[in-house]
Design a protein around this ligand. Structure first.
Ligand code: GLY
Ligand code: MN
Ligand code: MN
Length: 356
């Protein structure tokens, strides 16, 4: 599962780096699907399930796998994808990213509500808790936010909507459960009895997803204009441990205010000329993205030759500056000359990674 999550993270990084190309080509959702699929197929057996590449309002169609839409500047794109490694275990990760690197204030408002819900779910995911406790924790935050936005019907407060019999008004906007077991199947053991699944205790070694979302369709007249067409899901793969949990997909940033230093290193492996060529292409891909979103870019170390030479390309990236309102984590990356800290990481074959 660790391998599956790591390979999935690399697939997402490749998707983010190539978003400008997805915008430029039209039918960009297919481009995104293809880029992730290439990495899935190269790193493992393939995708663990049909990738959901849903830009703009498509994010509000729960299993949007047609992926026929454009990817547009100003939209969010929801990517729900996982690499199934050769052992046949699969990851299942969702990130909802602003295509141009910056959340609009309304997009950020929705994103932060979903993130807060996910944090509540993470806090609840520990041994001894019931599987359903995780959903109860996330959905309470979702209900609170919806209530705060005055979206629940008049007279319905948080407790009233959480009432299982007479409430559930929030389900219009969060239309799925928060978690499922994950492993050999993306919805592992989905046919297990209720007492062994929903009502069962979480135990160390189990892996579940935590994936709250909020979905405001473009034609939903119950929500304010600013929210229409905004759909957000954040999904991580969580190992239950003896004393809590470990987020196996944590290497992919989730928090727009996350100001950890980030380094990108692209380095050719031992694969000779072919591997050096691949590293060079990957480095260029990241640079194209950086330039497109207006970062100052500089190759701080590309030894022994330069990018044109396709040899042992290494780019160190550090995050600097104060995030602007609505900025995505990667929007704060600055390619800097003379970085103050360079983290050397072992890179086996030709691989690009963003290390946080
Ligand atoms: N990708 C399917 C799911 O998140 O459950
Ligand atoms: Mn899932
Ligand atoms: Mn998923």
């Amino acid at each position: 599962m660790r391998e599956a999550c790591d390979a999935t993270a690399r697939g997402f990084e490749a998707v983010v780096a190539d978003l400008p190309e997805a915008v430029r080509r039209g039918r960009g959702e297919r481009w995104v699907e293809g880029v992730f699929g290439l990495h899935a197929r190269h790193a493992g057996n393939g995708v663990g399930y049909d990738s959901i590449c849903a830009s703009g309002d498509h994010a509000n169609t729960l299993h949007w796998i047609k992926n026929t839409g454009d990817v547009k500047d100003g939209d969010l794109i929801l990517v729900d994808a996982g690499v199934e490694v050769d052992s046949l275990f699969t990851a299942d990760v969702t990130r909802t990213l602003p295509v141009n690197g910056t959340y609009s204030p309304a997009q950020r408002e929705v994103y932060e509500a979903v993130l807060a819900a996910q944090e509540a779910g993470l806090a609840a995911a520990k041994p001894g808790a019931k599987f359903s406790d995780v959903h109860a924790a996330t959905i309470r935050v979702i209900a609170e936010r919806l209530h705060g936005w005055r979206l629940l019907p008049d007279g319905v407060d948080v407790e009233a909507t959480l009432d299982p019999e007479n409430g559930q008004f929030h389900r219009r906007w969060m239309v799925h459960g928060t978690s499922h077991h994950l492993g050999l199947d993306v919805h592992d053991c989905a046919l297990a009895r209720k007492e062994d699944y929903m009502d069962a205790e979480l135990k160390p070694g189990m892996i579940i997803t935590i994936e709250p979302g909020l979905y405001f369709k473009a034609d939903d007249e119950l929500v304010p204009d600013r929210f229409r067409g905004v759909g957000v899901r954040i999904e991580d793969d969580i190992l239950i441990t003896e004393d809590g949990n470990e987020n196996l997909s944590a290497s992919l940033p989730r928090d727009p205010d996350d100001d950890r230093d980030v380094f990108l290193e692209v380095k050719a492996g031992e694969g000779g000329e072919e591997s050096a060529l691949f590293a060079g292409d990957l480095a260029r891909m990241y640079l194209r993205y950086a330039e497109r979103v207006g970062w100052r870019t500089e190759i701080v170390d590309a030894s022994p030759s330069d990018l044109g030479g396709y040899k042992d390309v290494r780019i160190a990236v550090s995050a600097t500056g104060t995030p602007g309102p609505g900025e995505a984590p990667w929007a704060r990356l600055k390619f800097e000359a003379g970085v103050h800290r360079v983290q050397r990481v072992p890179v086996t074959e030709s691989q690009g990674r963003i290390h946080t």
